[in-house]
Write a protein that binds this ligand. Structure first.
Ligand SMILES: [Zn+2]
Ligand SMILES: [Zn+2]
Length: 272
């Protein structure tokens, strides 16, 4: 199994970067999957430079509905014809920061359906995508410190309410080394997601954690608690980036040492 970061906040060499994230997931015996699409379509150029053919995309999984994970989709669809698009239950509701700043996607469910795309709103805790890849959601709150502090709002019944992100989607790869967990922004708490992933698969460890952990606005206590709890989960490879924030990344690197892997556009992770 192989995970390639198609775009991330930081570019590398000829590969572009932008505030956003997208992963290419290759498995044996099945066509590859795309997890999130970044915000502008840079991932398509990066994919070309990396020799990744997006035309092979079997399915796209969106972690959540914010623009920096979704708006690359229109550019991707110029190349790819995925069988399915998996989305969180509240994906197409309007996402806002505060009352006025729209931070959702630039497409609607109807537009995608008009293009003949099949959209799956994920309600089950686990969806088996075959070849040991799974979508997980319905993330319970198991920590008391992972609260959503940013003013993220969602439109429900014509009203803006605080978003709890319980419907966020994460991807689990079951490898010989253990659970590999891919996350988008972890607005619902990265430790909440990681504990849930371990529990769902009857494990008490997470081998690898790759993606955004949204600690950019976290206080020192939350960062320390997160690092301690990820160590308790036995994480052997930590590739936290995107909305993790420089401060938390620095502390993670200090705590995890060689187990911390910087993640930028083009970074590849292979698992037997
Ligand atoms: Zn987000
Ligand atoms: Zn994000």
């Amino acid at each position: 199994m192989r995970v390639t970061t198609l775009v991330e906040n930081r570019g590398a060499g000829e590969l572009g970067g932008e505030h956003g994230i997208a992963f290419w997931v290759e498995v044996q015996g099945e066509r590859p999957l795309l997890f999130d699409t970044g915000q502008s379509g840079i991932l398509v150029q990066n994919a070309q430079r990396l020799g990744v053919d997006l035309a092979h995309t079997r399915a796209i999984i969106f972690s959540h509905g914010h623009y920096d994970h979704t708006n690359g989709l229109s550019t991707v669809l110029e190349k790819a014809r995925p069988e399915r698009i998996y989305v969180p239950v509240n994906f197409f509701a309007g996402h806002f920061r505060g009352e006025h700043k729209y931070i959702g996607m630039n497409f609607t469910r109807q537009e995608l359906q008009a293009r003949g795309l099949q959209i799956v709103s994920v309600t089950d805790d686990v969806i088996d995508l075959g070849s040991n890849v799974f979508i997980i959601t319905n993330i319970p709150r198991s920590t008391d410190y992972e609260v959503v502090t940013d003013p993220f709002m969602i439109e429900q019944n014509g009203q803006l309410v605080a978003e709890d992100f319980q419907d966020e989607l994460a991807l689990v790869l079951r490898t010989k080394q253990g659970v590999v967990l891919l996350v988008g922004c972890s607005h619902c708490g990265v430790v909440n997601i990681a504990r849930h992933a371990a529990r769902v698969f009857g494990e008490n460890r997470i081998f690898a954690l790759i993606g955004g952990t949204h600690l950019v606005s976290a206080d020192a206590a939350r960062i320390n608690n997160t690092i301690a709890d990820l160590r308790d989960l036995g994480v052997e490879l930590l590739a936290a980036s995107h909305c993790t924030g420089e401060k938390a990344e620095r502390q993670m690197r200090a705590a995890f040492k060689e187990k911390f892997c910087p993640n930028v556009s083009g970074t590849t992770f292979s698992f037997p």
